[in-house]
Design a protein. Structure first.
Length: 639
């Protein structure tokens, strides 16, 4: 062997190892990469390059201002004016929200601007989607042990040519909107990857693939992934925190003894970075994470806690700097700035007034004349403590309001989580059709979570006392349950509201619900044993049932509200027997086969709903990314 050929072999081996390292770090393995590519393909099908919700105008105008070197909103480049939801006023001018999303979308804008300078944006984005489709089919073939390169290349080329042939130009001036959507799509595509990686370590590859499928097509993830709102980002963040929390308890893979500390610090760092996007939810996530992490950690030594705290504070640096530039205070985020002068300011003012009354009481007003005055340093320390803990006080107030509402108005919880009905209250306020689906109506597969009641009872019976630290999976279970409960209480006093479509404020309940679902023994065993039946039931519901649902909408629905209620009734008709089956807890024989069919049908119903929302219910003009999808949407008229 010559020296040149040996060198070439070494270089080829090094390149393969680098590719494996990149795939391992980002996706875990080839199936994780497939989850990412499949997510991109699905998101591209439902992607509409238009403003879906008016809240988006605040973000896109914020990105426009940032691209021109200004943190404050300068002009309404998008939308009718700057007077849109999400825009607040600070001393330096108007500010947007979710600046973490705005800043992280800036590189996407730079790339799109560079592409637009030399090529058509529509053709470039369609080309990228076709490449994702090509890579997905090729890697799928390799995972199945087949060579599908030729078929994949032919199909991707045919799809690309067909789309380009009927393409219409994208607005080159709307690159800020496209950049925001691309950022959200990219982040959302890592949600199924993290779901797969977490359950691959907790269980098996088959269960991990099934859970990834449930998350991707059994929930409204694809619907919100293409919309410039925080909900899909939150979904990925909570899964990333859960994954890091698990790795902080699991045995290290190699010789890295401190990997547990690394992943433990990573969990807190993710929460700190998310505060840059949505501070109130990040605070809640921090409280839940600390409540689960600290009591169950193997090592709470001062050194370990110092490392975790230091990494967490470092992750808050972008949050602090942005707040300081916008509001003048490093701990006051733009999201809360609008309320600082209303109810919160009244509360603080009431506290000051009470203190003033105490000081003047010695002059004869009389109520506390005998009480000793506190020293000045003590008063200042109490004031500082009150300021530092003010976010926690506000959080406790919101959670208390949610708990009170649960006790006084449980019907509101039922309407949010189970049955939306006609949403009469919100309908009367808005004066238009109600298009809300409850959590269960949006993802009927979550009906199987009812089986968790019997599983919890058996666990408590089998393990009456906790004699040692819980296992890594149990810690993640506790995190998921506690976060779902507290997040529901946080938003309980505001829900239900009009036109939230799929309970988007509680969106983390979808990925965490899927995780908890496949942790149930009856569901896990059923999906592992009857996975083919689950797959065929899902495909049949989408391909055949989707056509029947479209015909039913065309024949019976006379408006958007009625169409949504048809989907709601179909979802509940599937979720009810699914809940009864999971509560029964049988996965053997006919019962297991019936459960696999019910899970597949429930998953397919969610897929059909998402596709109809993108193709028919909310088809916004000529805005579909793929011209072939736009052509199909123009031909389909159900309402």
């Amino acid at each position: 062997m010559s020296l040149a050929s040996a060198t070439d072999r070494v270089r080829e081996y090094a390149a393969v190892e680098r590719r494996r390292t990149v795939i391992g770090v980002l996706f875990g393995d080839r199936i994780g990469l497939l989850a990412f590519l499949g997510s991109l393909c699905l998101f591209g099908i439902v992607w509409q390059t238009a403003v879906f919700i008016t809240d988006t105008y605040a973000l896109v105008n914020g990105l426009y201002a940032l691209s021109n070197g200004d943190l404050f909103l300068t002009e309404a480049a998008y939308g009718p004016s700057l007077d849109t939801p999400g825009v607040n006023r600070a001393s330096g001018g108007l500010i947007a929200r979710n600046y973490g999303v705005i800043v992280l979308s800036l590189p996407f804008w730079v790339v799109l601007e560079s592409i637009a300078a030399v090529a058509s944006l529509r053709v470039a984005l369609v080309g990228l989607w076709s490449l994702a489709l090509l890579a997905f089919i090729v890697h799928l073939g390799r995972a199945l042990g087949r060579d599908t390169t030729t078929v994949a290349a032919g199909l991707a080329l045919a799809v690309f040519v067909a789309n380009v042939a009927i393409a219409r130009p994208l607005d080159p001036a709307a690159t800020h909107l496209y950049a925001l959507q691309l950022f959200h799509i990219t982040v959302a595509a890592f949600g199924p990857v993290l779901c797969y990686r977490l359950l691959r370590r907790l269980d098996s590859e088959r269960i991990a693939v099934a859970a990834t499928t449930l998350l991707l097509v059994g929930t409204p993830l694809a619907l919100w992934a293409t919309i410039a709102k925080r909900h899909a980002v939150t979904s990925t963040v909570v899964l990333a925190v859960a994954y890091a929390l698990y790795r902080s308890r699991a045995d290290p893979d190699g010789a890295l003894v401190d990997s547990r500390v690394t992943f433990r610090a990573l969990a807190y760092a993710l929460v700190g970075l998310y505060a840059w996007v949505q501070a109130p939810e990040a605070l809640l996530m921090l409280v839940v994470l600390a409540a689960v992490d600290v009591p169950t950690a193997r090592d709470n030594s001062p050194r370990t806690l110092a490392i975790v705290a230091g990494v967490f504070l470092l992750s808050l640096l972008p949050f602090f700097l942005t707040n300081l530039a916008l509001t003048g205070s490093p701990v006051e985020p733009p999201r809360l700035f609008a309320t600082a002068g209303s109810s919160d300011a009244v509360s603080a003012g009431g506290s000051s007034s009470a203190g003033g009354g105490s000081d003047s009481a010695g002059g004869g007003s009389g109520v506390t004349s005998d009480a000793p005055a506190l020293p000045g340093p003590v008063l200042r320390a109490l004031g500082l403590l009150s300021t530092v803990t003010r976010p926690l006080q506000l959080l406790a107030r919101e959670l208390g309001a949610g708990a009170t509402m649960l006790a006084t108005d449980p019907a509101a919880f039922w309407q949010t989580l189970v049955r939306s009905g006609d949403a009469a209250a919100t309908l009367n306020i808005s004066g238009s059709e109600s298009v809300n689906l409850s959590l269960l109506e949006s993802a009927p597969v979550l009906g199987a979570l009812v089986g968790g009641l019997s599983a919890l009872g058996r666990r408590l019976r089998d393990r009456p006392r906790l004699t040692r630290l819980p296992e890594a999976g149990t810690v993640v279970d506790a995190f998921a349950i506690l976060l779902c409960t507290s997040l529901t209480l946080l938003y309980a006093s505001r829900l239900p509201i009009h036109a939230q479509l799929t309970v988007r404020y509680l969106f983390p309940l979808f990925p965490l619900g899927v995780y908890l679902l496949v942790r149930l023994p009856v569901v896990r065993t059923t999906l592992h044993t009857h996975w083919r039946l689950f797959a065929w039931s899902t495909a049949g519901t989408v391909l055949i049932g989707g056509q029947l649902i479209a015909v039913a909408v065309f024949a019976t629905a006379v408006g958007l509200g009625e169409a949504f209620q048809l989907h709601a009734l179909l979802a509940l008709a599937t979720a009810t027997p699914l809940a009864a089956w999971s509560l029964l807890g049988r996965s053997d024989g006919r019962a297991g086969q019936a459960g696999a069919v019910l899970v597949g049908v429930a998953t397919g119903l969610s897929t059909v709903f998402v596709l109809l929302v993108a193709l028919e219910y909310y088809s916004i003009g000529d805005s579909h990314l793929l011209p072939m999808v736009r052509l199909l949407a123009e031909r389909v008229e159900l309402l």
